[in-house]
Each structure stands twice: as structure tokens, then as C-alpha cells.
Design a binder for this molecule. Structure first.
Ligand SMILES: *Cc1c(COP(=O)(O)O)cnc(C)c1O
Length: 240
């Protein structure tokens, strides 16, 4: 068994325990393995252990890794999620290469992604990124503006609005972590309750990382994004 195998097993156990503690069915929380800064070999090892969904922050790095994986393991159908900031000049790469874009926080970016999604690919799955703790320099739409953005994004022809994602700041205790995650959950439920058109597959609440996945599951997360818990410590700090 490799280290990545053991790590994946441990993360799955943590998710299962958190589901049990929250009275949620096991399997109601998906694992996105965040492979930023790790090479294609690490992704390959995780894929051989059964992991299929990977999250990447840096678009150019991700596109190169995807090509390497196609060469290493052409038969493995991997799913790629963009979880880093998307600048206007990077929308085409995202639209052409990713399956999901979780960090949509402006209509202009969503429009470009929709226009640039190639016709031969299925629609791009997207989440609205919500900034739940108000850091002015942080990405994400404010909770009060999220529903308006969601309604406009849901109308775009080549996107499917799947849910809400958030990256709250670190909080010192479980209860403080949970309170922040509950803000994102409230936005998710508020949008769902609007019932506007295009919410047919609105099922994803992407929140929780290595350090706070239990609190996120307690607050209703359906997708945790785990990097260091799967791949080990990163060699350089995330830029976002
Ligand atoms: C890096 C990153 C993660 C994973 O963080 P870990 O603490 O290593 O689990 C999750 N989500 C986003 C948006 C990230 O940038």
C-alpha cells in the first residue's frame, strides 16, 4: 500500500465518521482530491487507488497535468475541477479542459465560460463561489448577491449550475468552523428555495478541506476538497 492509498483510506474514514456523527447517509459526501503542486505521478497513484475527481488551482499547471495523465493512463476517466481564481484571459483554457469550474463569482466570467465551452463537450458544471467571511480581498460573491448571480448563471446555455462553494478563513474551533460553513449552507438553501429555472441539478455544496472537513460535513457539505490529507504537505504555499 502506498502512502497515498493509506491517506485516501483515512480521509474516507473521516468522511464516514463525520456523516455518522451528523446523522447523514454514508456516501452523501463526495471527495475531491486537491492535487495542486503535486505531479502527474501522484494523481496517477490516487487514481489507481480509485479516486477519480481532482481539484486544481493553477490553470496552466492543471492543463499540463491532464495531458500527462492522458499519456500515463489513457483508460482512466478522470474528472477535473477548477477551484482556483479564474481571470478573463484564462476562461478559454478552463472551458476547453475542465469538467467543473467551482469558482464562478462574476457573471462576465460565467458568460465567457459558456461562450467558450466547445460544442463537442458536455456542458461545464459550475458552482457559485461565496465569500462567507467578508474579506474584501477574497474571491467570491457576497451572500446577499449570490442568488442574483446564480439566476443569471443558470440561464447560460453551455453551463449547468451545480451548487455553491466556499473557502472560509481558518477558524480556531469546530464550532467556529461550523458557523462559517453554515453561512455557505444558508446561501445554498436560499438559492434552491428560489426555484428559478436551471436548478434541476443544483445539488452540490462544496466546502471543507483537510483541517475542517468534519465541521463542513456537520453543516451539510456534499463535497469536501482535500489536498494535504491525501497527498501530504505541499512544498509551496497556495497563492489564493
Ligand atoms: C488547496 C485548496 C484545498 C485543499 O486544502 P488542504 O488544506 O490541503 O486540504 C481546498 N480548496 C481550495 C480552494 C484550495 O485552494
Amino acid at each position: 500500500m502506498t502512502t497515498i492509498d493509506r491517506n485516501l483510506q483515512r480521509v474516507h474514514e473521516r468522511i464516514a465518521q463525520a456523516c455518522a456523527a451528523a446523522g447523514r447517509p454514508p456516501g452523501s459526501v463526495a471527495l475531491l482530491a486537491v492535487s495542486k503542486t503535486f505531479g502527474a505521478e501522484a494523481v496517477h497513484a490516487a487514481a489507481l487507488a480509485g479516486q477519480r475527481a481532482f481539484g486544481e488551482n493553477y490553470i496552466q499547471e492543471a492543463v499540463e497535468k491532464m495531458a500527462a495523465l492522458r499519456a500515463l493512463a489513457p483508460a482512466l476517466a478522470l474528472q477535473w475541477h477548477c477551484i482556483g481564481p479564474i481571470q478573463s484571459n484564462k476562461t478559454r483554457l478552463v472551458a476547453e479542459h475542465f469538467d467543473w469550474a467551482q469558482t464562478v463569482d462574476r457573471l462576465k466570467i460565467a458568460q465567457r465560460l459558456s461562450e467558450q465551452r466547445p460544442a463537442h463537450l458536455p456542458p461545464l458544471m459550475v458552482c457559485i463561489q461565496v465569500n462567507v467571511d467578508g474579506g474584501a480581498t477574497k474571491s467570491g460573491v457576497g451572500p446577499h448577491d449570490a442568488a442574483v448571480l446564480a439566476e443569471a448563471v443558470a440561464r447560460l446555455p453551455r453551463l449547468v449550475l451545480r451548487g455553491v462553494m466556499s473557502i472560509p478563513d481558518d477558524a480556531p474551533t469546530f464550532e467556529a468552523q461550523r458557523a462559517l460553513h453554515e453561512r455557505a449552507a444558508a446561501v445554498f438553501h436560499h438559492i434552491k428555495a428560489q426555484g428559478f429555472e436551471g436548478l434541476g441539478q443544483f445539488d452540490t455544496l462544496s466546502m471543507g478541506m483537510t483541517g475542517d472537513l468534519e465541521a463542513a460535513v456537520a453543516a451539510g457539505s456534499t463535497m469536501v476538497r482535500v489536498g494535504s490529507g491525501v497527498f501530504g504537505a505541499r512544498q509551496y504555499a497556495a497563492r489564493c
